[in-house]
Design a protein around this ligand. Sequence first.
Ligand SMILES: Cc1cc2nc3c(=O)[nH]c(=O)nc-3n(C[C@H](O)[C@H](O)[C@H](O)COP(=O)(O)OP(=O)(O)OC[C@H]3O[C@@H](n4cnc5c(N)ncnc54)[C@H](O)[C@@H]3O)c2cc1C
Length: 586
Amino acid sequence: MMVSRGATRSPVIHEFEAVIVGAGGAGLWAALELARAGVRTAVLTKLYPTRSHTGAAQGGVCAALGNLEEDHWEWHMFDTVKGGDYLVDQDGAEVLAQEAIERVIELEQMGLPFNRTPDGRIDQRRFGGHTRNFGEGPVRRSCFAADRTGHMILQTLYQQCIKHEVTFFDEYHVVDLLVDDGLTGGVVAYRIADGELHVFRAAAVLLATGGNGRMFRVTSNAHTLTGDGMALAYRRGIPLQDMEFYQFHPTGIVGLGILLSEAARGEGGYLLNDQGERFMERYAPRLMELAPRDLVSRAIYMETRAGRGIGGQDFVYLDVRHLGREVIEAKLPDITDFARIYQGVEPLTQPVPIQPTAHYAMGGVPTDIEARVVVDDRGTVLPGLHAAGEAACVSVHGANRLGTNSLVDLLVFGRRAGRSMAEYCRSAAAPELVANAHEPVRAELDALRTRGVGENPNHIRAELAAAMMDDCGVFRTGDGLRRLVPRIRELKERYERARVQDAGSIFNTDLLEAHELGYLLDCAEATVASALAREESRGAHFREDHPERDDGDWLKHTLAYRAEGGPRLAYKPVTITRFEPKPRTY
Ligand SMILES: Cc1cc2nc3c(=O)[nH]c(=O)nc-3n(C[C@H](O)[C@H](O)[C@H](O)COP(=O)(O)OP(=O)(O)OC[C@H]3O[C@@H](n4cnc5c(N)ncnc54)[C@H](O)[C@@H]3O)c2cc1C
């Protein structure tokens, strides 16, 4: 679909009706909808599509199918709202819980090989925070394909996209978002193979770029999860919503952060301290190991702080030995292999050392329930721009996401994004391209590559990740966060003077990683400012100096706008339809 090629150093220009940035679960389902609607669409992805992080999701995708015991979407909605500590927009949670059922069945019909019950239905297992009858006790709601559910979703959706002849631009790294006069105009991408800039003009754009876990030193997130879509929007004056809410998953491999899915606890795995106690008894006597993740992560920290970590160190054990070889091999094959490969531990006979790992961004680019990006507290839409998946904040996860609710989010809101974009493209055309739209980002990339001397950006990246882990992790204080504000400003200033080692244009991943550091710094700045302002504890945001939830002052979403001298914060109300906030008990 290439239409013109300019003189030397002019970008290649492409014309499409819609552009999707990201080929994870959210991007692929949106692409499928657009293809079905006959909209000319390009999917741009910095990774080969099936390498997207969705493929790493292990535990499952929840839907109230009720295949093994009674279940209802209203119970799922309630758990989502309660798990999110009442910061969830309940119109979104209702859509999520209802449409989860249809989407999972649609995936089954596309051929996804779910585990089965003896009578041939989709098997379901327990997961943290999923309950029957509005909190009475655990329910089996997570549908799964062993511990490779995300892998199967990604492969299934990719196959469908190929079948529907979706146009992919693999290994195109998007480096700028074009917004002109309040209208979406397309994106600028850098072709990784040769360093050429490509401008994609389109009326509708979807940001489906995934999370930003690489802000933190210990994380389950792949190396490429650097918050690109969030930062691209932020740089165009779009706020980032609820960035202070970042989920730490309790069970990461010590030091490395690689995830051992909650499926291990869903199948009945225990958490043990140095004294061999199932210490969750102290923190969540009813739900025990299956209490929400923020609570379990904090419990692990409390145990290790109290000197009850294994050998007095900063980790505890995940024990699955009692589940037996058959269950472990049928239902937890991958994660037990991770323990063998990365830790040299045999989970059939030994407990596995684990500690919390940075896992999931509840915050992101604000959208309505049609996945349209909204730019203020009144729900004003930026025409043509959409966001879905982890890059977006609908907000269905509120202050803390339930396990298995992210994959559902991709399916439900990825599809809605595709539909909304198709409808938008029926009546809207892309605005004319601004002359030299690619020039600002070209100058930025050239500077990183060619300035005479400059610091290695990898050092800045490592310092950022360590500082965020220390002062903006599972526990936060006003003092720690106040320390971080000038620290991030300093890192940003150093970044402005950084220089990469590789000056070439062929597969210059050094350059792209440096550019990603710019995205991480923007995300970190918005996260810290939002966390410092929120003087309460809610969901994953735990302030030791303000340990209580404060609905009077803080039952509201944060919006962080980019501004000179640090983010400007604004707030918007939470949509409450069915469930009034109640204190949390587990
Ligand atoms: C180890 C692990 C296990 C998980 N397990 C579960 C689970 O069991 N259940 C669950 O519900 N959730 C789980 N999650 C969370 C869930 O997998 C993710 O939130 C979700 O897959 C994100 O999907 P996405 O479509 O938003 O983006 P991703 O799948 O992360 O894909 C992002 C896409 O954006 C592209 N991209 C990014 N930046 C650019 C750029 N600048 N230019 C071009 N392309 C770009 C990438 O190439 C990629 O295609 C897990 C997460 C991790 C890390």
